[in-house]
Design a protein around this ligand. Structure first.
Ligand code: SAH
Length: 346
């Protein structure tokens, strides 16, 4: 059994065709799932009984079950969901002036091993399916609907490396982006990668309209390698070459994420080196305050130094934004809530 949220409209249409069902049934099923947001096939009252039985034989609807939820003073909410096989993942809801934004996880655990990140405390157990990621969003969408709101933006920045689960992540994007699904515009969906170059090239070749964000966190290989083992496989020259090709061929602006770590990557020299690396590209740098994780000793850069880093970048011709912290009174750092639950079990 799998969740029906796994199915893109094209896949569902094929599934129906293989069972001798009319293709327009796919639209009806999508309307029940994503407009009326039903939780059982029996509610799909305009489908023939035989089709309902066929659906029930192969699919369930809701893949996630809430195990824990923390709400911060600024109302950022962190959810811990359990999948059917007992594995757990996190998602976060953030309230911005431009709308409600959901951060979804793409894998159970992560193998990228970034030294500052709590997600890597637990190794990858498996990829999430497209439908399990849809399930994270649907749970939160239902909660928001009750308040007359909707999910407006999706960032794939929770636990996991989306480009290590490429096909499922793109199917997930197709479902939430579909006019018949949640109809979240492609420009409101952001995939964040630590820099898996071959998948960046695939993504570029696919001419997808989703936003691409790249976790950089250091201006040179020597420093980046200490923070992010992925830099050994894909050093900055190959990464930047792929990103330049992507942004030129697709006419797209890139986002570079750069966590400010006190005394590690936040000096003037780092800012200048970073500016030299990026200047001339259609890109900007999102400076992110670090959410401290007890287990690793990294500290966040203070506000004044962060602002100075921002000024140096701007002065050297690179656009930047300085993100404010969200939910820092809860376990909001990627993987923190889950790590606490899972490690607590051992
Ligand atoms: N694997 C993908 C997406 C998940 S991480 C990637 O690397 O981009 C999403 C972002 O959160 C990345 O930029 C990551 O480096 C950052 N991040 C991880 N731990 C963090 C922490 N404790 N505080 C702030 N940002 C963190």
């Amino acid at each position: 059994m799998r969740t029906i949220y796994d199915e893109t409209i094209a896949q569902l249409t094929d599934w129906l065709a293989q069972r001798g069902q009319k293709s327009y049934r796919a639209k009806q099923i999508y309307a029940w799932l994503y407009r009326k947001q039903v939780s059982s096939f029996d509610e799909m009252s305009d489908l023939p009984a035989a089709l309902i039985e066929q659906l029930k034989a192969e699919f369930y609807i809701d893949p996630v079950h809430l195990v824990d939820k923390q709400v911060a003073r600024d109302l950022t909410a962190k959810y811990l969901f359990e999948m059917k096989d007992g594995s757990t993942v996190e998602a976060v809801l953030m309230h911005f002036s431009f709308g409600e934004s959901v951060c979804v996880s793409s894998q159970v655990g992560c193998n990228m091993g970034c030294s500052f990140c709590a997600s890597g405390l637990l190794k990858k157990q498996r990829n999430l399916t497209a439908g399990e990621m849809v399930g994270e969003v649907m749970f939160i969408e239902r909660e928001l609907m009750a308040e007359g709101k909707r999910v407006g933006n999706i960032v794939i920045m929770g636990t996991g490396e989306p480009f290590d689960n490429y096909d499922n992540v793109l199917d997930f994007c197709a479902v939430v982006n579909s006019d018949l699904g949640l109809a979240i515009g492609a420009r409101h969906i952001t995939i964040s990668t630590c820099g898996i170059v071959p998948r960046i090239r695939d993504f570029a070749a696919g001419h997808y309209q989703y936003n691409l964000a790249v976790s950089l966190h250091a201006p040179n290989d020597e420093m980046r390698r200490r923070l992010m083992p992925v830099d050994q496989a894909y050093p900055l020259d190959t990464l930047m070459a792929a990103l330049k090709d992507y942004s030129v061929d697709n006419h797209r602006r890139l986002t570079f994420e750069y966590i400010l770590l006190k005394g590690v990557n936040d000096s003037d020299a780092c800012a200048i080196e970073l500016a030299d690396l990026i200047r001339g590209m259609n890109a900007y740098v999102n400076l992110i305050p670090y959410n401290e994780v007890d287990e690793n000793g990294y500290r966040t850069t203070d506000g004044r130094t962060a602002l100075h880093f921002y000024d140096v970048l701007m002065k050297h011709g690179v656009k930047a934004t300085l993100r404010t912290k969200h939910g820092d009174d809860i376990d909001a750092a990627c993987g923190q809530l889950r790590a606490r639950h899972e490690l607590g079990k051992e």
